[in-house]
Design a protein around this ligand. Structure first.
Ligand code: REL
Length: 846
């Protein structure tokens, strides 16, 4: 036996027992398997035809734990029609009980632990961990209990939320009118299920909230008061988030309603203020109460008072933003005034110590390296180690900077501030969801792998209609190990099943997957009649039309109680974006009647969202203007596009008919792409063959491109490749008719130079020529170049090559730096026509 145990430990250390675990511990459940609607062997009867189990919560437990037992009571009643009772002690005799408690606060739970009825050692010292377990005879007279134990109050809450989602209440039940899935009976399978989040603070920022969310919240709740926030906090708990930057456009969380902060505490949500609002004070409060300039040099005393009073009232759980930007989210000065900012940070930490009477390091803080603030960091400014460095994207979903793998650990760690919505250049995008899940995954995967694990916060605009990417962001933050480059396309279906059920989940997931890809091609606010070429307009509008038909067909299949949810989550975004493309296509074709029709139809779709949907519950929620932008800022109302009086025409010249020298010329491996109309276009993930080296391999990321998948080197932490034996590449066989110079255009996702070195690189070669080193993003600090990249959502690199013989050739793309994402390869052999997406893929022979 001893020998066996020793061998077991060695194998465990070597991780060879990966596949043995399920056999050794048959009762470890996965989260998806907790609930059954049938009376399986030894399953815990939560609700049967006889009645429901009672819920027990210790009177001394945290208010959040009590709150979630109330939510459980309501949800079980909504699902089964039977309402469980809630008590504070074990019943003397009686049926099954659900004991909900945190290990540090619940004396009822502690009794079970003492009697060895439950082992919670795996929860000890963990952040927000929970355990769900069926326990036989926990107490005299009680046959069985379902124990939901948390390492702390939020851990307990997340245990309950996991169960509630599985019994059939979507986290979006209230926010997207997802019907509760009714059941007669509910059982919890026997076994032990434990889970805990990987990213410590997982949050959203409600921002740019006028006119849509503001108008709606005013009408529904009278503004951004605690009744509004109660709904937000409940949503966040159900999504297993824990951190919020509240609305701040003319709003001030602490000042607008004194119950806001109490409600946050009740729901256990950690509050912060945005990246440029130091010491827990909303920017708008300076407008309300500040005297003099927002300038530390000239107005130090008043600013210190302002910050001190802000911090004094924030006695809730929080992360304090430190640092300072200029008034109104502008740079503080034209130069990088490092000495001044260092003095500001010192002063703020001194205030934190005075107010909390603890060392500053005892209060969680962040310093956001947003826009020009990153220059301070790059020029050497540092803050104390306990402060989280909040790295940022470029407001367009492309991460600007990541720590180096060799950087030493900081106690405060690193965070990311990411965007699904933005107000600013080159154009504000606030209307609708246009973030491709595959790209969010790829960027946040980089963040996770480069040790950004303390805070993930995302700007979600008006919350709606960002339901899908919000779910993904928080799910991925909870467990980054769950989603990878192979299974990321499944997220859509998994999510759709949770909202709409298994019968339709696959098709709804597929619609959302295509929506995610099509909508990310270009922000709707940047669309106009010139976006696409004649042929592209036909293709792109055709694709949208097809998607709309699929979405409409699905709508017809759904039971009536799902129509509201389906409209807001699927049908409206698909139809509205289809309509918008039809409209600009009609402008391009110079068809005034059609343009007018689509323009009016857009307003009818909005009207339906506002008036018919869920009996008018979402009035004003789609009131963001989205047609008629002439600068970065949104126009006051949608304006019908003016017609140019000239219709776009097909510029593609009829190609000379060419015959291949031989249709299947030789024994080349894999796919072969044929020149057509003077070009060859290849999706990067359609390579003919590939070679991995000892460190790295190009791998496909399905759906990340504007027209298909993409490839990127994995693992993303692989060292920079040096060539020679480190030679990982993808190879593309292609066939040309002529010799001479050709131009290769490589379409890449607009990844930024996050390692802050020479720019991310890869190399290309044709046949035996020496590889040409291509630098993807060296110019990412040049405003005009960057604006073009993000507006077009692509970086296109050009290289020139020589073809010496007609016939078959091979193009190789070599890995140099991880982080590069190649979407397409387009060879211009003399006939390439201009276009936004590039020409359709040329034919392939296998
Ligand atoms: O998107 C951003 O991060 C910024 O533009 C906002 O945080 C900013 O505070 C703006 O809403 C208003 O000041």
């Amino acid at each position: 036996m001893k020998e066996w145990i020793e061998r077991f430990s060695v194998a465990l250390a070597e991780r060879r027992l990966f596949f043995v675990f399920p056999l050794l511990f048959p009762f470890c459940l996965s989260a998806q398997e907790l609930v059954s609607i049938k009376a399986e062997n030894r399953a815990f009867p939560l609700v049967t035809e006889k009645g429901t189990a009672s819920i027990i919560v210790d009177a001394g437990d945290d208010p959040l734990v009590k709150k979630v037992t109330g939510m459980m009571q309501e949800d079980v009643a909504a699902v089964t029609g039977k309402r469980p009772g809630i008590g504070n002690t074990f019943p003397l005799t009686g049926g099954p009980v659900v004991l909900v408690g945190s290990i540090d606060k619940s004396s009822l739970l502690q009794q079970l632990i003492k009697k060895h009825k439950i082992d919670v050692s795996s929860l000890k010292g963990k952040w927000e961990a929970y355990q769900v377990q069926v326990v036989r005879q926990p107490m005299k007279g009680i046959d069985q209990a379902l124990v939901i134990a948390g390492s702390d109050r939020r851990g307990t809450a997340y245990g309950v939320m996991t169960l509630l989602e599985q019994i059939g209440v979507s986290p979006w039940h209230w926010w997207a009118d997802i019907p509760v899935k009714h059941q007669q009976a509910l059982y919890i399978r026997p076994g032990i299920f434990t889970d805990a989040p990987k990213v410590k603070y997982r949050g959203i920022f409600i921002n740019d909230e006028a006119p849509a969310l503001s108008g709606w919240a005013k009408e529904q709740f009278g503004g951004f008061n605690h009744r509004f926030y109660e709904k937000v906090f409940e949503l966040m708990l159900r999504l297993k988030g824990n951190y919020l930057w509240p609305a701040m456009w003319g709003n001030a969380f602490y000042d607008d309603d004194s119950l806001n902060i109490r409600t946050a505490a009740e729901y256990g949500i950690v509050i912060g203020t945005s990246h440029h609002e130091p010491l827990m004070r909303a920017h708008d409060e300076w407008r309300r109460y500040g005297k003099g300039a927002w300038n530390f040099d000239s107005n130090e005393t008043r600013l210190k008072d302002f910050w001190r009073t802000g911090l004094q009232r924030a006695d809730n759980e929080k992360i304090v933003t430190i640092g300072m930007r200029g008034d109104g989210d502008e740079p503080m000065s034209r130069e990088t005034a490092t000495a001044l900012l260092e003095r500001i940070v010192d002063t703020q930490r001194h205030i934190i110590e005075q107010v909390t009477r603890k060392p500053a390091s005892a209060t969680p803080q962040l310093w956001a390296l947003y826009k020009e603030v990153q220059d301070y960091y790059d020029k050497g400014m540092r803050v104390p180690d306990d402060v989280t460095l909040l790295l940022c994207d470029d407001n367009w979903g492309n991460i600007r900077r990541l720590p180096r793998l060799e950087d030493k650990n900081r106690t405060g760690g690193y965070g990311i501030y990411y965007h699904f919505d933005y107000v600013g250049g080159p154009r504000s995008y606030k209307w609708i969801n246009t973030s491709n899940i595959a790209r969010i995954w790829e960027q946040m995967h980089l963040a996770w792998e480069y040790n950004v694990r303390q805070i993930w916060i995302v700007n979600v605009g008006d919350i709606k209609p960002m339901e899908l990417p919000i779910s993904f962001f928080l799910d991925y933050a909870w467990d980054p190990g769950k989603w990878n480059e192979d299974n990321i396309p499944n997220y859509y279906e998994t999510w759709a099943v949770k909202q709409f059920g298994t019968a339709v989940g696959t098709e709804v997931g597929n619609i959302l997957r295509l929506y995610s890809q099509y909508s990310a091609r270009r922000k709707p606010e940047l669309l106009n009649e010139k976006t696409y070429s004649y042929q592209e307009w036909k293709t792109v509008t055709g694709e949208w039309r097809q998607l709309r038909s699929r979405a409409e067909r699905m709508d017809e299949k759904l039971p009536p109680d799902y129509h509201d949810a389906y409209f807001q989550l699927v049908l409206y975004p698909v139809t509205a974006l289809c309509n918008l493309h039809e409209m600009y296509h009609a402008v391009a074709l110079n068809k005034p009647d059609s343009v007018k029709w689509y323009f009016e139809n857009d307003s009818l779709l909005t009207a339906r969202f506002h008036t018919t949907l869920a009996g008018g519950k979402w009035n004003r929620m789609m009131s963001q203007t989205h047609i008629g932008y002439t600068s970065w800022n949104d126009p006051p109302r949608n304006r019908m596009p003016a017609l140019t009086g000239k219709a776009i025409t097909d510029t593609v010249k009829a190609p000379a008919t060419r015959t291949a020298l031989s249709l299947v010329p030789d024994t080349a491996k894999g796919r072969l792409f044929y020149e057509k109309d003077g070009y060859i276009a290849m999706e990067a993930d359609h390579y003919s063959y590939a070679r991995n080296d000892r460190y790295v391999a190009w791998k496909a990321i399905p759906g990340i491109g504007k027209t298909g998948g993409g490839i990127s080197p994995f693992p993303v932490t692989a060292p920079r490749q040096q060539g020679e034996e480190d030679d990982a590449y993808t190879a593309y066989n292609f066939y040309t008719y002529d010799t001479g110079t050709i131009t290769l255009y490589t379409y890449c996702s607009p990844t930024l130079n996050f390692p802050h070195q020479q720019g991310l690189q890869y190399a290309v070669s044709i046949d035996d020529e020496p590889p040409q080193l291509i630098t993807l993003n060296k110019e990412d600090d040049d405003l005009h170049t960057w604006e073009r990249w993000v507006a077009d959502n692509i970086i296109i690199k050009r290289s020139v090559h020589t073809i010496h013989t007609p016939g078959r050739h091979v193009l190789k793309c070599r890995v140099i730096d991880p982080g590069v994402v190649l979407q397409r390869l387009v060879i211009d052999a003399g006939g390439l026509q201009p276009g936004y997406l590039g020409p359709p893929e040329t034919s392939i022979l296998r």
